[in-house]
Design a protein around this ligand. Structure first.
Ligand SMILES: Cc1cc2nc3c(=O)[nH]c(=O)nc-3n(C[C@H](O)[C@H](O)[C@H](O)COP(=O)(O)OP(=O)(O)OC[C@H]3O[C@@H](n4cnc5c(N)ncnc54)[C@H](O)[C@@H]3O)c2cc1C
Length: 504
């Protein structure tokens, strides 16, 4: 296996693949490795349904409206400069994807634009209800045109390495197929490792979404920011015995679906006058409060009043998945629950995607660019990845002459083993349950229970030194939970709307 590269890109979702393609188009001579710890197609990117938000015409929409919607959703915690930059460059990102072969849905020779919660205009470009998979497929096809890009599948980065100047300069990689640990030397590194929904009991995220890049960067001393801002998606399909839940896209609410309680009441208006079109944090919180007040978890998504033809045309993938779970969305309400969905914070980066460690960039869901603040506006994340790709590529291109190999400092990594992948399953389940309980309740008691358990687990681990990957993964989880707790001014809490205000 080749072990020296100009650029090492860790992650093969929209962020990692776009980065590799954009870079190689700019500097043909660069040797690039893309590392994916699972199958190439196992990414959160592939699960994205709704689409990509963009103002494609200032005749029917405006940058200002998209900027305001993003700032409002973020609870005014987003960075205005970053928001303006991303919104005003969104159309360029879309055209970039089109140049790489993506064909967004059209109607009468124009884009077919979806409406999603928190957006004041229909501005979501999509490919039916499988936008992420359509984009990912085209990016994978593009790789075939570039023989300077090597894809290392089933290879997990287990440690990042610095050189004597304190610059990122390589990584240890565990190769699942060869059961071997290998060192990769690289002149520059881009982290594109995605989110961390798998830390929670219920999530819409892929099994790969375990926050690795954030722990790896933090271990080097990189600045991590806004980690507590985890977005819960209100409409995950609640299926008994499952923890990775199927997402029912925001676009279904945009098409008119209602959220009802056990009595069939549309209760959201008690909490926010926008009802089903309120932002995700508001709806998730309202659902939790409704469950708490009513004492049962019967909350449903109701599409029975929407035309069957429209549903079949717009949401074939969602209908099929609900059917597999025993529900027909066109004729009966679907049980739903909020589930951990998106990590708004992450590795702090500037407008060029640079982290606080020289030669270490971060892009996509693992990065904290400042676009999302406390809460991401729907369909702004694929957009963020594609817009930032250009900046990172330009920055690396401008610095390409300065890129040289410097030997890494770190001693030999212990040879790792994957003999006992489930060794910490019981402990992981306890951790997930306690973390979820705390994020939902925000109660000091739940926080104390969580801290007590983390301390206990750390004490236990202080006596264990195996070379099992499962132990490393469990240590990473504990570190992430501690980071989440360090800055835990949790998401917005909504209170019922004043009855009097509702009357007018
Ligand atoms: C169900 C669902 C629906 C969504 N819908 C939308 C939507 O409609 N619009 C929108 O804008 N956003 C949506 N999102 C969010 C969006 O899909 C993600 O934020 C985005 O795809 C993240 O892309 P990424 O490239 O950063 O990470 P990912 O696509 O998750 O890719 C991460 C990559 O990192 C690799 N990796 C991780 N750790 C390691 C390691 N240690 N070593 C090696 N490789 C590693 C993984 O193998 C993977 O290749 C949705 C998310 C989900 C889960």
């Amino acid at each position: 296996m080749k072990t020296n590269f100009d650029v090492l890109i860790i992650g093969a979702g929209i962020a990692g693949l776009s980065q590799a393609i954009a870079l190689t188009e700019k500097v043909v001579s660069l040797s690039i490795a893309i590392v994916s710890k699972s199958a190439l197609k196992e990414t959160n990117t592939r699960y994205a349904q709704g689409g990509i938000a963009a103002v494609m015409s200032t005749q029917s929409d405006s940058y200002l409206a998209h900027i305001e919607d993003t700032l409002n959703a973020s609870q005014h915690k987003a960075d205005k400069e970053v928001v303006s930059f991303v919104v005003e460059n969104a159309h360029k990102g879309i055209h970039q994807l089109e140049n790489w072969g993506v064909r967004f849905d059209q109607v009468q020779n124009d884009y077919h634009l979806g409406l999603e919660g928190g957006h004041s205009q229909a501005r979501i470009l999509h490919v039916k209800d499988q936008t992420g998979a359509a984009v990912h497929d085209e990016l994978i096809k593009q790789l075939e045109h570039h023989n300077t890009i090597s894809v290392l599948e089933y290879c997990e980065v287990v440690e990042l390495l610095l050189n004597a100047n304190g610059e990122a300069a390589g990584a240890w990689i565990y190769n699942y197929a060869e059961k071997a640990t290998t060192k990769i030397n690289s002149k520059t590194i881009v982290l594109a490792t995605g989110g961390m929904g798998q830390l929670f009991q219920y999530t819409t995220n892929s099994p790969i979404a375990t926050g690795d890049g954030i722990v790896l960067a933090s271990t080097l001393g990189a600045k991590i920011a806004n980690l507590h801002s985890i977005q819960f998606h209100p409409t995950a399909f609640r299926e008994l015995g499952k923890s990775k839940l199927f997402l029912i896209s925001e676009a279904v609410r945009g098409a008119g679906a209602h959220i009802i309680n056990e009595k069939g009441e549309r209760f959201l208006f008690k909490y926010d006058l926008r009802g089903e079109l309120a932002t995700r944090d508001v709806i998730s919180s309202a659902i939790y409060q409704e469950i708490k007040t009513s004492g049962n978890d019967g909350v449903y998504l109701d599409c029975r009043h929407i035309s069957k033809e429209l549903l079949a045309h717009e949401f074939p993938y969602i209908i099929e998945n609900c059917k597999e779970g025993g529900y027909d969305l066109t004729i009966q309400p679907i049980p739903i629950t909020p589930a951990a969905h998106y990590s708004c914070g992450g590795i702090q980066v500037n407008m060029q995607g640079e982290s606080s460690i020289p030669n270490l960039y971060a892009i996509g869901e693992c990065a904290n660019t400042g676009l999302h603040g406390n809460n991401r506006l729907a369909s702004n994340s694929l957009l963020e990845a594609i817009v930032f790709t250009r900046n990172v590529a330009n920055h690396i291109q401008n610095n390409v002459a300065n890129l040289v190999y410097h030997p890494t400092e770190t001693a030999k990594q212990t040879e790792l083993s994957n003999e006992e992948p489930d060794f910490f399953k019981a402990e992981t389940d306890v951790l997930k349950a306690l973390l979820t309980a705390y994020f939902i309740s925000k109660s000091e008691n739940d926080k104390a229970d969580l801290i007590e358990m983390v301390t206990y687990f750390k004490e236990q681990l202080s006596n264990i030194y195996s070379n099992e990957l499962s132990e490393l993964h469990f240590r990473w989880k504990l570190e992430l939970v501690e980071m989440l707790l360090q800055n835990d001014s949790l998401n917005v809490e909504v209170s019922p709307v004043d009855e009097h205000k509702l009357q007018w």
